[in-house]
Design a protein around this ligand. Sequence first.
Ligand SMILES: O=C(O)CCC(=O)C(=O)O
Ligand SMILES: [Fe+2]
Length: 353
Amino acid sequence: MAGTSLCHSTDPCTNGEHSGHPAVPSSSPSGIGTRGGDDGIPVVDFDVLVNGAADQRAQAIRELGRACEDWGFFMVINHGVPEELKEAMMETCKELFSLPEEQKAEYLEAGPMDPIRIGTGFFSVVDGVRYWRDYLKMFARPELHCPAKPAKLRDVAAEYSAKTRDLLLSLAKAISESLGLDGGRISEAMDLESCFQILVANHYPPYTGPDSAGLGLPAHSDHGFLTLLFQNGVDGLQVKHDGQWLLAKPLPGAFFVIAGDQLEIVSNGRYKGMLHRAVVGGERARMSMVSMISPCLDTVVEPVPELVPDGQGLEFRGVRYRDYMEHQQSNKLKGKAALDIARVQRDNAGPEN
Ligand SMILES: O=C(O)CCC(=O)C(=O)O
Ligand SMILES: [Fe+2]
């Protein structure tokens, strides 16, 4: 694993300038769909997953499975979501954050289950650690909820959510296959075709104070199934891998994909919801854009029986997704503590992770 582009530390690391990754070929010359980037973060070539010859696809699926098992995190390239659309989404959300307070007021008091929520408390202290973040959360499915301003947000968000949903649903099929199941099995188990989807825009104001290790978002795993994320060119996403926090640097144009808690539950713990956090971007404002798919709110998510042979070793009980989400969102983000409500407790084993 190369060290230059990663911050290996148990403490939050600051974001300096970096040379970035080499350009990514538009298709994988080796025909291999998934490979390690410079820093070891797995890279999935979506084009190979969808259009590759049978043997290339089979290899890509195997490597996708390893990425999910070893990391719970990977980058996806050749994903087909237009760069202009990503930029339009980022720019429009940036406009929203700079609107006068009174134009956002109605969303500021919203709770976790309200379809539009804006948080402005970017300076807060939790357990002695400062967090800096503005965010906009919008439910995008079953129907799109969107602030009235900026006026173009609705159209841009509608297109962005549709394109990223298609991508995530295709990844869900490949993940299902990587678990040795039919492509549609995970989707069927969680009713993903009529999934619940959330878009989140995060804005971390510049911070150059004495404590340069300021955190933007505390360590957590996502409550949904699968999260797609890109950022505005300012690094800050850190992932916990092999017990260390690594600063994730994207390949140009790539999305990050993060395994969520519902994937951990449905796979009976084989693929874990990945622990991640965000640090602020130093002199530059940092933004990240999240599109997350989840089961329908009323779906009770439980491990698929095929992954629990003879009912032995069941790790999780069924929990209605709405209850899970409400529970996770109503409590202070605290690592993966929320998963404990679904975990089958055993006398001789404490919770892992
Ligand atoms: O800003 C980031 O990179 C992380 C955001 C995130 O983890 C989230 O919104 O759940
Ligand atoms: Fe997250």
